[in-house]
Ligand binder design. Structure first.
Ligand code: NAD
Ligand code: LMR
Length: 347
């Protein structure tokens, strides 16, 4: 009787959508102590992400760091009656205190795009910001998991890896480029076009996080929506690849995706915390060190565990259209990775 009940609970959990899992995790209790740090916490993503992480009961200590504005954000969210204590840290002289003892560091620090810009146009400013923050991570919390949101992710993750290598702290299992927003978008657009309930939809997205390097694998979407034509799959792929630009244009100079990104960042951080806590079978897509292709970093499904990446999963079988997409993305992704590595080693 008890075994049957446990089986049924397990199966309903496995079928749940990420948002349902996140809501359910908000109500779980007796989790281990976990310190989560947000670098860039007063920004467009940082503020709603701070709220969502304050709501997550897997977090016991929430450390909010920015170069400006964090006392207000921290005072505000600290009044929310949830498990974690929230503390704000402002200015570089307080970065060490913000990071000490961290289990997970989330980085949405840096400038966002304006209409007409590519993510790579952010490199000149954001590469230096990420390098500085990662140097501090290597010093103050070398064992923390790092969730990189700052763009261009295809280059900022390699920059972080080089900074950690130089400091002697690099652990490839602990560095993640956050590509969850691509998955969130692919699920939403697919459910809309395929007329299937969005809560149950799953779509892996592989490659990287910019334009054609974003490759949604609709051939592996579940549940399969039978009615979609090849033209509709092409249009869905393009919309997923251009999702960020769609928001940048709609915001007309006032930045890029913040609310949907905070949601996606919270889903991914929650998955990392569950992995750290030993929850089995936590799988999300992420841009990580990889041998799935010839490139040193690649986004694919990743199983998360007590040390971060437990297993980088393969691509599975691809449609001919997806195979072409994979071939087409490799040169751009390669050059963005190399640009990040070069920057970290020459400056
Ligand atoms: N990975 C993704 O899917 C994804 C999605 C959306 C946005 N982004 C990227 O996230 C980044 C942030 O976007 P946003 O809309 O929140 O921008 P924003 O300008 O609203 O906020 C950025 C914050 O970073 C802070 N900051 C700047 N330098 C810092 C430093 N050295 N240390 C700490 N904080 C610092 C700023 O003070 C600001 O509060 C951008 O690079 C954007 O392109 C990534
Ligand atoms: O598009 C951007 O510049 C921000 C982010 O990478 C996104 O995908 O929304």
């Amino acid at each position: 009787m008890r075994t049957a009940m446990l089986k049924s609970i397990r199966s309903s959990l496995q079928k749940s959508s990420p948002s349902a899992v996140l809501r359910r995790s908000f109500s779980s209790e007796s989790a281990p102590e976990r310190k989560v740090v947000i670098l860039g916490a007063a920004g467009g993503i940082g503020q709603p992400l701070s709220l969502l992480m304050k709501l997550n009961p897997l977090v016991s200590s929430l450390s909010l760091y920015d170069i400006a504005g964090t006392p207000g954000v921290a005072a505000d969210v600290s009044h929310i009656n949830t498990r974690s204590e929230a503390v704000g840290y402002m200015g570089e002289e307080n970065l060490g205190k913000a990071l000490e003892g961290a289990d997970l560091v989330i980085i949405p620090a840096g400038v966002p795009r304006k209409p007409g810009m590519t993510r790579d146009d952010l490199f000149n400013i954001n590469a230096g910001i990420v390098k500085g923050l990662c140097t501090a991570i290597a010093k103050y919390c070398p064992h923390a998991l790092v969730n990189m949101i700052s763009n261009p992710v295809n280059s900022t993750v390699p920059i972080a890896s080089e900074v950690f290598k130089k400091a002697g702290t690099y652990d490839e299992k602990k560095l993640f480029g956050v590509t969850t927003l691509d998955v969130v978008r692919a699920k939403t657009f697919y459910a809309g076009k395929g007329k299937v309930p969005v809560a149950g939809v799953n779509v892996p997205v592989v490659g990287g996080h910019a334009g054609v390097t974003i490759l949604p694998l609709f051939s592996q979407a579940t549940p399969q929506a039978n009615s979609l034509s090849d033209e509709e799959i092409v249009a869905l792929t393009k919309r997923t690849q251009d999702g960020g630009t769609e928001v940048v244009e709609a915001k007309a100079g006032k930045g890029s995706a913040t609310l949907s990104m905070a949601y996606a960042g919270a889903i991914f951080a929650d998955a990392c915390l569950k992995g750290l806590n030993g929850v089995p079978d936590v799988v999300e897509c992420s841009f990580v060190q990889s041998t799935v292709t010839e490139l040193p970093f690649f986004a694919s499904k990743v199983r998360l565990g007590k040390n971060g990446v437990e297993e980088v999963l393969g691509l599975g079988s691809l449609s001919d259209y997806e195979k072409q997409g994979l071939e087409a993305l490799l040169p751009e992704l390669k050059s963005s990775i190399e640009k990040g590595i070069k920057f970290a080693n020459q400056s």
